[in-house]
Ligand binder design. Structure first.
Ligand code: LM2
Ligand code: CA
Length: 472
């Protein structure tokens, strides 16, 4: 995208949904930096409602009550700042989920204190401060989703809708985002962007500072769900401001992979997506879709989900966003908690992430060094090189990468033509790349324009020119 200096050429984004700040910092150092991720999307860092009566659901975070970073259930302002620095030192950016369309609704507790101790009530947030006059005149729910006036000025699930047309709200939101930029935050996922007029976002984004350490304007990607109505409230209506999430990828490609119909994925991403490739952020699932349709998630797909995320990184459309989440029994359920809630205003403090324990899936860890593939191939076009039934495909990305996918229960050994230069390549899908260039997994030979690989059942093999094998 036009202003995307911070993301172009970077590796994939990983959403560490509901992770506490200390755990994100550790993950940047130990896993994300070494394996080629460009950025982490973190959960909303601003003070939020505390809904004890509803069991501290994950969605407390989407109801801001002030822009204080002290305390959310994930940590303090100083822990947040330390995370940004440690990730930056590991070469990984932090993108914040920016909830700027609205403040709180009326849940089991319609008034304060919030997680940081602020008092509030619907339409009154002295901790910001916002008062009654800072909210849209329409004080009822959106009912006609084809009418831009309602979609943008009425209430999304009863959340008090900020009057983003006003100077005070625009300036206050920009101050919040610049506070984060000042700490080194390099980008934003703009929550509910569809519900904010593009001209209001344009005014807010125009006030943002350059990102210290990385330089340039923060990277912007906007949550714009598809649906009816004019183009002004659909993804193409926002691409002049930054990138957009393309949920068509989730619903069409995600379902294809779930069903083992891999043949055809390349055609789908070539012809059927919402915006141009360099304007899209794509994912198999996100925190909303995995609750609306659990069949397309790690919880519903098992190992197939790892294949799906690897294929998302390898295919040529958009910037890939990897989901990393926790198991849930109810779609309301919050993250694994330390049980420290009693007497703590933040309530239900998120437990440090121990992958594989307490329900933390850590889906991204199963991808090994696959994220390095995205940076290595850049925007090189995809060319199919092999197919065996609908469930097994292999393709090149120009002369820079080759990847094979096997959505069946038995190994697939194939010999395929490839444009990769002759040499010995690490399989980045099944191992990490050591600092010395040693392969942490098997290596494969390309000779005379041909390669023979064995793709594990429900697995992936991926080779690229930045992971030539130094093992001799
Ligand atoms: C988003 N993207 O544009 C988020 O990805 C999505 O997760 C958010 O909804 C939504 N926009 C608003 O930021 C979540 C959750 C909702 C929840 C809201 C607010 O999916 O269920 O709504 O956060 O916490 C909840 C209740 C709802 C109630 C509302 C206001 O589920 O029944 O409405 O709070 O009290 C009466
Ligand atoms: Ca709005």
């Amino acid at each position: 995208a036009a202003n995307a200096a911070a993301q172009a050429g970077d590796g994939p984004i990983v959403h560490l949904f509901q992770w506490r700040w200390e755990s994100v910092a550790r993950e940047c150092e130990d896993v994300l930096g070494p394996n080629g991720y460009g950025a982490v999307q973190v959960s909303p860092p601003q003070e939020h409602v505390v809904l004890e009566g509803e069991g501290h659901p994950w969605w407390q975070d989407y109801q801001p009550v002030s822009y204080s970073l002290d305390n959310t259930r994930r940590g303090t302002r100083s822990e947040f700042a330390a995370m940004v620095e440690r990730c930056r030192d590991a070469g990984v950016k932090i993108y914040v989920d920016a909830v700027i369309n609205h403040m709180s609704g009326t849940g089991s507790v319609g008034s304060g204190p919030g997680s940081g101790g602020s008092t509030y009530g619907k339409y009154s947030y002295p901790g910001v401060p916002y008062g009654d006059g800072d909210f849209s005149d329409c004080r009822s729910d959106i009912s006609d989703w084809n009418d831009p006036r309602e979609v943008q000025n009425c209430e999304l699930v009863s959340l008090s809708d900020l009057d983003t047309g006003s100077e005070h709200v625009r300036g206050t939101v920009a101050d919040y985002l610049n506070d984060l930029v000042g700490l080194g935050v390099a980008g934003f996922r703009v929550d509910a962007a569809k519900h904010v007029p593009a001209e209001d976002l344009q005014s807010i984004f125009s006030r943002l500072d350059a990102v210290p350490g990385f330089g340039g304007a923060p990277y912007i990607f906007q949550e714009v769900l598809e649906g009816g109505g004019p183009e002004s409230i659909r993804p193409p209506g926002y691409t002049h401001l930054g990138d957009v999430t393309d949920t068509r990828y989730h619903s069409e490609v995600g379902a294809r992979i779930r069903d083992g119909r891999l043949a055809g994925v390349l055609d789908t991403v070539r012809g059927g997506m919402a915006v141009a490739s360099d304007q899209a952020v794509v994912f198999v699932d996100n925190h909303d879709t995995q609750r609306n349709d659990t069949s397309i998630s790690r919880q519903g797909m098992g190992q197939r989900h790892t294949l799906a995320q690897a294929l998302t990184i390898a295919q040529p459309y958009g910037t890939a966003k990897v989901m990393s989440s926790y198991r849930f029994d109810s779609d309301q359920q919050g993250p694994p908690s330390t049980g420290e809630e009693e007497g703590n205003p933040a309530g239900a403090i998120t437990a440090p992430t121990e992958c594989g324990q307490d329900g933390w899936y850590c889906e991204h860890r199963g991808l090994n060094a696959m994220p390095t593939f995205a940076t290595a191939v850049g925007d090189a076009p995809a060319a199919e090189r092999a197919r065996d039934s609908a469930a097994r495909i292999a393709f090149d990305r120009g002369e820079r990468g080759f990847a094979a996918f096997n959505a069946t229960g038995s190994d697939w050994t194939l010999t395929a033509p490839t444009a990769l230069p002759d040499g010995s390549y690490c399989d980045v899908a099944n191992g990490t790349i050591g600092a010395t260039g040693r392969c942490g997994s098997g290596a494969y030979e390309v000779a005379g324009g041909t390669v023979t690989v064995t793709v594990p059942a429900e697995g992936v093999v991926a080779l690229h020119v930045d992971a030539l094998c130094a093992d001799g």
